[in-house]
Every structure is written in C-alpha cells, then in structure tokens.
Design a protein around this ligand. Structure first.
Ligand code: C5P
Length: 212
C-alpha cells in the first residue's frame, strides 16, 4: 500500500573540511535516521537515505546516498525532494563551515590560530520553502536547555509539520546512544510523548503519527 510513497531521510553528521586531512564535525552516530529508514522500508515505503559519514551499514532495500559536507547533503536532498511525500531530517548538519579549505595540508607551524567560519544553509528550511501540497516535513531538535521552547521555535522558523524533540543534556540519550526519549510536536499544536525507548521503537512511533 505504501510502495508508491517515497520517504526521504537524512542521517549522521556532516564534515566541514579545513584542509585535506582536517575537518570539523560532531559525534552523530546516524542511528536514529538509519532506524527510521529501516522501519519505513519495512512498512513498504520506497526509501532514500542521505547519510553523512557513519559506521553503519545501509539498511536492506534502502537507497543509500553517501555525502560528506553540508553542501553535498543540501544538493542531494534538493535533488530527491520533489518526488518525496515524507521528508525526515535527522542529520546533525554542521551549522558552519570554514570560510576557506586549503588544497594542501597546512604544516603545524603554518596552522592559523584563528579560523573564520561561514554559515551553512538550513537544509530543511530550504526544503520547506519549496514544499508541495501533501508533503510532510519532519525535523529533529536535540536541545540541552529549555527544549520545548527551542523546539517550538524551530518548528515555526523552519516551516515543519512535525518536530521530534529530545533533551540531549540527559547523558543516557546523547549522541551515539541506542535509546532516545522523544516528544513529537506538530504544527497543529499536538504534543505526543513517545517515551524512552530504543531508536527502533521511537522510529515506529514517529511513523505511526506522521503517516497513520
Ligand atoms: O541544528 P538544529 O537544532 O537547528 O536542527 C534542527 C533541524 O534542522 C534538524 O532536523 C536538522 O537536521 C535540520 N538542519 C538542517 N540544516 C542545517 C541545520 C539543521 O536541515 N544547516
């Protein structure tokens, strides 16, 4: 029944290169996005998974698109977005990239004491500006303070239908963990606690609500 419905999911971190051997990034494991991709495939959806560098195998049956930088992720998501009905952005996209990426490795003695950064585009925001009727766009908000307020701000600012909020100040559910504790918030004002569960169970809860 779902086989003509395309689901586009992003996962993992991005890498923003300083020179050919150095980058800035974050410890995102990709587990939440990969669990969602697997669950979406099990429900019969046609699934594209756009992933930054992680140590996970692409789930069976899912089309895996490997990317590194935020710019590559943006390009790939934009290319796949038109045909997708469900878009779930779990990726921990780096908000900034170094203004300059040196072509050769910088020698220790030549390494600058200051780096200048420029902002990366907000990918999910760019997608929601191009949304077509019927598309469902879901974001994630990993917060360490006043999670509800920040998640609601992001829901609004990024033009999302749903945002999955989690409090990553809780050590057990931080980056790389196998469990998560998510509350789903909708544009229509719903607030649905999914509880503290494995990322597989959380993936089921998210799909149950966004595409019942
Ligand atoms: O980093 P932030 O908390 O703003 O992320 C919230 C949501 O926005 C997540 O779904 C994340 O994948 C997305 N995001 C994005 N492009 C960025 C930064 C975040 O799509 N440059």
């Amino acid at each position: 029944m779902n086989k003509n419905i395309k689901c586009l999911i992003s996962a993992g971190p991005t890498r923003e290169w300083i020179d050919p051997v150095r980058f800035i990034s974050n410890p995102s494991s990709g587990k939440m996005g990969y669990a969602l991709a697997e669950e979406a495939f099990n429900r019969g959806f046609s699934v594209d998974l756009v992933s930054g560098p992680v140590h996970l195998e692409g789930p069976q049956g899912v089309r895996l698109h490997k990317v590194e930088t935020a710019i590559e992720m943006e390009k790939t998501m934009l290319a796949l977005f038109q045909d997708a009905q469900i878009i779930i952005m779990t990726a921990a996209v780096c908000d900034h990239r170094p203004r300059e990426c040196w072509e050769e490795k910088r020698k220790k003695a030549e390494f600058p004491t200051h780096l200048e950064f420029v902002e990366n585009k907000d990918i999910v925001g760019a997608l929601s500006e191009r949304r077509k009727t019927g598309q469902k766009i879901v974001g994630f908000a990993a917060e360490t303070e006043t999670p509800l307020q920040h998640a609601l701000e992001k829901l609004e600012a990024k033009g999302l239908d749903w945002i999955a909020m989690n409090d990553v100040s809780d050590k057990e559910i931080g980056f790389g963990s196998d469990i998560n504790d998510v509350t789903l918030l909708s544009r229509r004002g719903e607030s649905i606690p999914l509880g503290r569960k494995s990322k597989q169970e959380i993936a089921k809860g998210i799909l149950d609500h966004i595409w019942p």
